[in-house]
Design a protein around this ligand. Structure first.
Ligand code: ZN
Length: 505
């Protein structure tokens, strides 16, 4: 290996280790830490993040990247070395624009706001977090200001999560999708509700966790390089490629919460566990974008985990885990129940069809706040109004309204939500490509075999880590830029069959 590159890798690994140490503290904060630890924990995380940031933007890394420019240009674009230099340079240029003092203040503010939110949400107390959210908005605008030359103030914030996407390109994509989704949701609503009471249990927590564990082990989540714990808001977190954890929330009266949440997070985790081990400790050792990450959680959760093939295999085991609740429920009834479409209040519990409407509401509201067209004090009302007009439901309180998602209360405002809908679009695109390459995938799934699918995903997506952007991955896989067409046709086919809609539906 080039000597300079070896030095660079050494420094990058130190940065990565500091960030991982901060991540362990964050994981502990949301799983086991007593409330009394909150203030010092915020300070500790902020110190580690500051050290990581300072170390990353130090001059030596910039000089090394300069020295490596010629070497990079002598290599093929997709070589590991060229990709490491290219991706590190992009991050370096992005991060070195943020002043250390600002970075630190933002980390302290976000940790504090998160802690307040964990109290404010159950208490339905928006007023408690309102001033904090106002400060978050100011800081988010300030952050965008470090990247002048944008078309829209949200663009730099979106770029952090989904490189290459902008407010303009997303508004176009969302408008296209909305045009297809709204009539489909309406047709499904007219076809009448599906009975999903079989999911309300009660189902004992320990039994739910055990069943979920068996499912994701079979899918390919590696527990020797991961673990699962309980938390308020489920997520995946990685400390190294050998330690990729998931967290879960269980409700005894809702089988889907823990089950599909577990599959969802294991999809994120299998992506990270599948990254080329030689990338560990470098900027390549991460999923490439928010949209591609979500594509993997959604592919496993929805395209696989809510398919008839999947339940043909797993339903008998689920019935024997919960005989009292499910012995009288047929596979067909259960399949329809886990795919029932009903406009609802909570994004994370939304069905596949209405889910994207939740995302579009958040995207529009955060964009409006950043533009200065919507004040934080008017946010709850604006939120409720959009739920009424878009989904036909009215949140009874802020707990199940504007306070429901952690994103604005644990991070910046801007760029936080578009990845979910991009994920749905990419999930359908990749499943389509995988099934074309391996037509046996659907019958494999019916037999509880996931190796062909997981193998295709590892080869084409996971192992590359951050080497390629979302657009580059789509080009490499399909020969075309990303398209929403496979997603729309997947939804029409699946829900057309479940709800007995005509071919035009
Ligand atoms: Zn996710």
């Amino acid at each position: 290996m080039h000597k300079r590159l070896q030095e660079l890798r050494g420094m990058l690994t130190e940065v990565s280790d500091l960030r991982s140490a901060a991540a362990v503290l964050h994981w502990d904060q949301t799983t086991y830490m007593p409330a009394g630890g909150a203030d010092s924990r915020a300070r500790q995380i902020s110190l580690l993040e500051r050290l990581a940031h300072e170390r990353f933007i130090q001059m030596a890394i910039g000089e090394m990247l300069e020295d490596l420019r010629e070497y990079e240009q002598s290599l093929p674009y997709d070589s590991d070395d060229a990709s490491l230099i290219r991706v590190t340079r992009k991050q370096y240029e992005r991060e070195s624009r943020i002043p250390v003092a600002f970075q630190e203040a933002l980390a302290v503010h976000c940790a504090h706001t998160y802690q307040e939110w964990t109290q404010a949400r159950p208490a339905n107390d928006f007023a408690r977090v309102r001033p904090l959210l106002e400060k978050t908005l100011d800081m988010s605008r300030e952050l965008a200001g470090f990247y002048p030359g944008y078309d829209h103030i949200a663009d730099p914030l979106i770029e952090f999560e989904d490189e290459g996407m902008t407010v303009a390109s997303l508004r176009k994509l969302f408008a296209e999708l909305r045009g297809e989704l709204v009539p489909l949701v309406r047709a499904v609503a007219e076809a009448g509700p599906v009975d999903d009471t079989c999911l309300t249990g009660p189902f004992a927590t320990a039994d739910q966790l055990e069943f979920g564990r068996q499912v994701i082990e079979r899918l390919g989540y590696d527990f020797s390089r991961g673990r699962q714990d309980l938390t308020h808001h489920p997520y995946m977190i990685k400390f190294s490629l050998g330690d990729v954890r998931i967290t879960t929330r269980v409700r005894e009266n809702d089988l889907g919460e823990a089950l599909f949440g577990t599959i969802h997070e294991s999809g994120h985790a299998m992506y990270e566990q599948g990254i080329d081990a030689s990338f560990d400790g470098t900027p390549l050792a991460h999923g490439t974008s928010s949209g591609i990450h979500e594509s993997q959680s959604r592919l496993w959760e929805n395209v696989v985990g809510r398919s008839r093939h999947f339940w043909t295999f797993f339903y008998p085991a689920l019935q024997s885990a919960f005989p009292g609740q499910l012995s009288g429920v047929t596979l067909d009834d259960f399949y329809r129940a886990v795919n029932s479409v009903e406009p609802s209040l909570i994004r994370t519990e939304a069905d596949e069809l209405t889910y994207n409407l939740h995302v579009m509401i958040r995207f529009d509201l955060e964009t409006a706040m950043l533009e200065g067209k919507l004040a934080v004090r008017d946010l709850p009302e604006a939120w409720n109004e959009r739920y009424r007009s878009d989904l036909g439901v009215l949140p009874p309180d802020n707990r199940d309204g504007v306070l429901q998602d952690v994103h604005w209360f644990g991070g910046i405002i801007g760029g936080a939500f578009q990845g979910y809908t991009l994920g749905n679009v990419f999930a359908a695109l990749f499943m389509d490509a995988a099934t074309r390459a391996h037509p046996e995938i659907p019958s494999d799934i019916e037999r509880g075999e996931f190796a062909a699918l997981l193998g295709w995903l590892r080869d084409n997506i996971y192992r590359h880590g951050s080497k390629f952007t979302a657009d580059e991955l789509a080009m490499r896989i399909t020969g075309n830029p990303p398209s929403a067409a496979p997603y729309v046709s997947y939804l029409k086919k699946k829900y057309g069959a479940i709800y007995g809609l005509g071919a035009s539906g």
